[in-house]
Structure formats: structure tokens, C-alpha cells
Design a protein. Sequence first.
Length: 277
Amino acid sequence: MQLGKINQLTIQRFAPPGAYLVDAQENEVLLPNKYLDPEWSEGSEVDVFIMKDSSDRLVAVTETPYILLGDFAYLEVVEINPYGAFVDWGLDKDLFVPFAEQRHVLQIGEKYMFTLMYDYDTDRLFGSMKLKKNLVPCQDKNLEGQEVTIMIADEGKLGRNVIVENRYEGLIYKNHVTKILNEGEVMTAFIASVREDGKLDITLEVINDSRYDAAEQKILELLKAHDGFLYVHDKSEPDEIKAILGMSKKTFKQAVGKLYKHRRITLEANGIRLIQK
């Protein structure tokens, strides 16, 4: 069973404090009486969230918190003590945020962006404002132009930072911000480009793909005119691509990505080859 996640477990037996649930490996956890459904019986499968109780014991609850392990959420600070802060994450026991995981001074009653982390040394969950710990670089250029779900984060020097698909770090440049954006707000946006460092440039407007459609057609026509093979690829110099195809390297890579995805071409070490139909 996974701490900080929703787990589907099986009721093994009932006892005075509640029901004991087990996973496929026979690991056992208590689901307290307050969460029991009278229609459940031994053998019933139950979806539960696994956390630690006030005595630091594993416990299951049927409530779903505002944030799961590895995810992000905009949460309210409800208490501050000498060791850190506590935030409301939708469960009876508040989530602890150590001082070391805070980016600045927090105020009770205010909301901030947090990510849910797991401490392997103490086997505990904790909140962190250091969001990048749970973000990874994006390596897929084919995502450019795709519709995605974003969560609005803080404002930076260049624009508004966003979390893309609960996984990637993104940015909406100031000149692309067309409406008021509130921290924690979730909305639909589009990937304008995947940068070399794995960060994403995001736009709120639908991206017009007409230039890439024209580029795809041109690449197909040139392939047919050159016996189905062109000596250009994603490592070719921009000037070389421009001379052969009359388009920028970015447009070329976008078009090639879509042609490959639709199985119109294959990618080889020294060029691209047309798939004959």
C-alpha cells in the first residue's frame, strides 16, 4: 500500500476499533469505525487514503484530501508553531510544513501553493513550498501545440509560473497574459514550445497549426521527389534546413514530429524516409 495515495484494499476482518484492510501483499491497516459503511462485509473492496495518525501509526480514511503525493494544491495555513506550519488539506489531521520547506514567512489564514512530499527517513508525509522537487523536465517536442491542464502558481520576472499536467514547469510570458490569473486556479492552456531545458512556454490562446500543415505537405512532396528520402534530421543545422526545405528548424521539427506520429515517415540516423503506402 502507498502512503499519501488512494489505495484499493480488501476488508479482512472487523474489530472493536474498526475494520482491518489488507493489500495484495497482506499488509494490514486500520480503517476506524467512523469511516465504515454498514453495507460492507469481509471481502469488500474499499478505496481509502493512507496516512499517519497522531500517534504516527498508519491509518486508512475514506476521505480524499485536497492533495495527493506528488501533486500540487493551494492550501490555507491554519497554525504556526516553533517547528513549522500546518495547512488544511481536507482531513481531520492537518498537514505539517517544516520551516525548511517554506520559501518565505507564512501567515495564518492565507493560502499558498504546496506540493505533497514523502520523507524516506521518517516515513512521513509533509508539505513543501519548493514545488520544483516534484516537477520534471519535459523531453517530448511532440507536445508543442497540445491542449493541457495548468495550475497557476506565483508570478516571476518574466511572467506567470504554472504547473502543467501536475508534472512540468511552465511559464506564461507577461505579454501573453490576457486575463486575470489567480494563484491556485486550474484552467486549460496550450504548449507553445518545449524549451531545451525541459521547461514549457504556455499560451492561453489556441495555437494555429496552419504553418505546420503546410510544412508537412512540403516535406512529403520533397520526399516523393527525392526517392522517398531526405538527408535532413533534428540534428541538422538551421541554415541547412532552411536551404533544403525553406522553413525554420522549429517548424521542421514540429512537422516531422507530426508526420512520424501519424506514421507517414521513419526517422533514420542521417535523415527521414517516406513510408510507402
